[in-house]
Every structure is written in C-alpha cells, then in structure tokens.
Design a protein. Structure first.
Length: 263
C-alpha cells in the first residue's frame, strides 16, 4: 500500500490550503491505513487544525444574531425556498380569476373564476412543498426527526396562510360568497393530505387537480351551465368531505413518517 507523503499529512494537519481532490483522497486513505493515521496523530503543527477552525468561527459567534437571520431561520421551518415561486404563482392565478370574471363573464353561467380555481390553488402549493424534483434537500428533510405529519401540517399551513388571503381579496372583487370557495378549498387540501398518506402528497395533489379540472371545470365551461358542485346546496357535501378527510389524516398520521408518503 502506498502511503501519503509527509508534506501532505503535515499540510492537512496544519490546515494548509490543499486541493479538494487531494483532501478527499487523503481522507479516504486514512480510513483504511492505520500507519498514516498514526503519522497524522504524531504531527505537531505550529497551530492545531482545531485552533484554526475555532479562530475562524469565533468572530461570527461573538456577534449577536441579526433579526433577519432569526426570521429566515424561523421561516425555513415552515417553507422551503422552492415553494416561494409556486406561492407567488398561486397568488397571481387568484387574480387571473378576477380578470377572467370581468372579461370572459363567467357569471353568465352562474359561477365565478374564483370558484373555478380556488380548490386547486392551495393544492398546487402543497404539491410544490413536497415535490422531490423541486427540493434538492428533499431526502434530508423527509428523513429528519421532525418529519411526518408535523412537518406536513406546517408546510400546508404556510401555503394556506399565503393563498387564502389572496382568494379572499379575489372573492371580494368578484362578489363571490366566502363559503362558496372556502369549503371546497379546505376539502381539497384535506383530501390531498388524506390521499397523500397512501400514494404520496404530490401524487395525491396532481390526481385531485386532474379530477377537479376534467370532471367539473371543463364540463361546466363547455356546457355553459353551473354544476351542483358550485352551488350553495353542495356546501354540506364539501363540509363532510373536509371533516372525513381530516379524520383520515389524523388516523393515518403514522404514514407520513415514511419517506414515500411525501412524494
């Protein structure tokens, strides 16, 4: 077995700048070579590596934490950076619904643009918050000790906290009654989490969005007649769906601790 040179071991121990590939190769060699580990332990540099690292960290440790850093750290427990573009898009879509309501005049068929998009906007945000392809830290987050229903709830609450006020304003601008869009939104969000425990949150979200668009939105627009789902008579049905889905989520909360449940 070839051993590391004295110069490389002394440089590594003293914290001297060493190319990354040499550092990786040396560390891999040290794992298997007891002789070089003993040589490394015997090196007495002028300033130990631990002291060098501590000297570099000390200035930042002495500074009081900035409020902005505290805020960023707090927000990171509720949202991920990849969610922000999706949340912005969801807010913009809510106001596109206002535009459609005034230009296309959807109220001619007894339904507003807000009613058409409200149930799926929170679902889009929830899907983005657990999309494996969007979050580079997905595996690390999903496998952390605080993952599971607790983390799913926090991210879902963060989505609702952004999307619901936008829908509230959009509903006010289009004269859409609050309950006509609020209950379907909550029912679809809870349904996403309920099915998410079985097939994964993102898959459940995409599936429910497809059902909403294909089974309700497209037929309503094509036929030009409001379906039962958009009427006040459907509100008890939406309320029952919301309650049942919430109960399912509570009963199957253990399913969210598995990595596959977040996909």
């Amino acid at each position: 077995m070839n051993h590391a040179s004295d110069q490389l071991i002394e440089g590594y121990a003293s914290g001297a700048p060493i190319p990354d590939q040499q550092t990786w190769a040396l560390e891999a060699h040290l794992e298997a070579c007891g002789t070089c580990r003993a040589r490394l332990a015997a090196v007495q540099p002028g300033q130990p590596l631990v002291d060098l690292a501590w000297a570099a960290l000390l200035p930042s440790l002495d500074r009081p934490p900035a409020r902005t850093r505290k805020l960023v750290r707090w927000l990171s427990t509720w949202v991920t950076p990849v969610m922000l573009p999706w949340l912005v898009m969801s807010v913009l879509v809510a106001f596109v619904a206002v535009f459609l309501d005034t230009v296309v005049r959807l109220d001619a068929i007894g339904v507003t643009g807000v009613q058409l998009v409200a149930p799926v906007l929170p679902v889009l945000g929830v899907a983005a918050s657990w999309a494996r392809g969007l979050d580079p830290a997905y595996e690390i987050v999903a496998a952390s000790a605080r993952a599971g229903l607790y983390l799913v709830f926090r991210r879902t609450a963060a989505v609702l906290a952004v999307v619901m006020p936008a829908l509230l304003v959009a509903g006010w601008l289009t004269d859409t009654e609050l309950v006509l869009w609020l209950l379907p939104s909550l029912a679809f969000t809870a349904g996403t989490l309920a099915f998410g425990g079985l097939v994964g949150v993102s898959r459940a979200a995409y599936g429910l969005i497809a059902v909403w668009v294909l089974a309700l939105v497209l037929p309503t627009v094509a036929v030009g007649q409001r379906s039962f789902a958009f009427t006040a008579n459907a509100l008890p049905v939406w309320a029952v769906i919301f309650v049942l889905a919430t109960v399912v989520v509570a009963l199957r909360r253990g399913a969210f601790t598995r990595l596959g449940a977040h996909r």
